[in-house]
Design a protein around this ligand. Structure first.
Ligand SMILES: [Zn+2]
Length: 240
């Protein structure tokens, strides 16, 4: 992307996406992130990081950064600095970006961008975000004003992310899974005498009650039509 193109993209992002209470028509509370058990779903090991990446790191202006390669000079130092800042922002409220920089030993915007680049794995948009807005999820001011409900909006920088985002929504095979997991533990705790057949039957009922689906999807299931199709087929050829 040329410099002019990227400036145009940033201008577009700033026009359609905001995190500022000034543009939330009084509904900023709907956009505030509160950690819940879903924040730590699918997290491997005991790394307790919010998968929505809240609280969000501040940025003086909207920027698009590409990941730093591990071979680049100073990568490990920048990476450690990034982790440090992520943990500080969780527990500290900073009045402004300069104080945030000062207390986190960031010496300039350029230095900060190097640190951010070491912490990301794909090209990423960092929205203009004041430290006081660290819990604000991005929103579109017009949609928020009309719908008056929490919304999630993000500018996607690469084709893979776009395909990934769409296919996850279409398939959403893990819907209700976190409810289900909690029900499994509850059922086993409450009924240690249940055998596996009873537990499975019990879970089947709990699952049907915890997964929402539109009538079209229910009809699709009842007709036993396949939920996904593939143009590529794998055939195992016995060689022995
Ligand atoms: Zn969270």
């Amino acid at each position: 992307m040329s410099l002019v193109q990227s400036l145009q993209v940033i201008e577009l992002i700033d026009r359609v996406i905001s995190v500022s209470a000034n543009y939330a028509s009084g509904h900023i509370n709907l956009q505030k992130h509160h950690h819940t058990f879903t924040c730590y779903k699918n997290i491997i090991g005991n790394r307790k990081e919010c998968r929505f990446e809240a609280p969000f790191l501040p940025s003086r202006s909207t920027i698009i950064l590409s990941p730093m390669q591990k071979e680049e000079d100073g990568f490990s130092g920048y990476f450690k600095h990034y982790k440090n800042i992520k943990s500080n922002i969780e527990n500290t409220d900073y009045p402004d970006i300069d104080t945030f920089y000062f207390q986190n030993n960031v010496i300039s915007d350029d230095h900060y961008h190097h640190i951010l680049r070491a912490g990301i794995k794909r090209p990423r948009v960092f929205l203009r975000h004041q430290p006081s807005e660290k819990w604000h999820n991005p929103f579109n001011p017009i949609i928020l004003n009309i719908m008056k409900s929490n919304m999630d909006i993000q500018f996607i920088t690469d084709i893979y992310s776009c395909a990934n985002y769409v296919s996850e929504y279409v398939n959403k095979s893990n819907r209700g899974i976190s409810n289900l997991q909690r029900e499994i533990i509850k059922t086993i705790d409450e009924h240690p005498e249940f055998d596996i057949v009873e537990i499975t039957r019990n879970l089947g009922i709990k699952m049907l009650n915890s997964v929402e689906m539109p009538s079209q999807e229910a009809a699709w299931y009842l007709l036993r039509a396949p939920m996904s199709k593939s143009s590529a087929v794998i055939v195992t050829i016995p060689t022995v």
